[in-house]
Design a binder for this molecule. Sequence first.
Ligand code: AMP
Length: 205
Amino acid sequence: MNIILLGAPGAGKGTQAAYLVQKYGFPHISTGDIFRSNIKQRTEIGVLAKSFIDKGQLVPDEVTCKIVELRLAEDDCKNGFLLDGFPRTVNQAEALSKIADIDYVIDIEIPFARLLHRLTGRRVCPKCNASYHVDFLNGNNVCECGAELIHRDDDTEETVSKRINVYTNQTQPLIDYYKQRGKLISVNGDQSVEEVFAEIVAKLG
Ligand code: AMP
């Protein structure tokens, strides 16, 4: 199965991706994670990506599409993959259609009012990418894997607002794009992580 996870920043794509990978075993390809890993290693791509990510903007399509093309050509993607955070523009979706057939696009729907609170309170693990919310941490800033949690640089209120605008203008059109192609599965993201996951699994059939 080749699957895309769609949804606004903060909709819970990363969390659901981890559940899906555990159940189905396919590789999880998150362009955001790939960029963050490049930033950490100070590669040329990392330096370029950071200049866009810090402003809440999208990294240019040429760079992003190339990274995904190379990643999907790797052996572990032959029997299916889960794309998280890609495509984010119609142009990227068109580029993807030339290199892979997509079976399902899962759109995690969430009221926009929830996103700001979710993202500004989000704490992530730099080691295993797990995601938490300060409301449930009780001041304990440590991941299950033992690493110290961090507040992503682009999870500040100002950058989050910009990212939500970018999503509305550039990524939301993909919902219609994939609906027209009969690929779209919509799930209610405004419920517990387990309930969202159960809905996805039921709809994947
Ligand atoms: P994410 O972790 O998916 O929220 O991505 C974090 C940031 O990385 C985004 O706000 C973008 O700046 C950049 N990014 C991730 N995926 C893409 C993409 N498909 N196209 C362009 N920029 C991306």
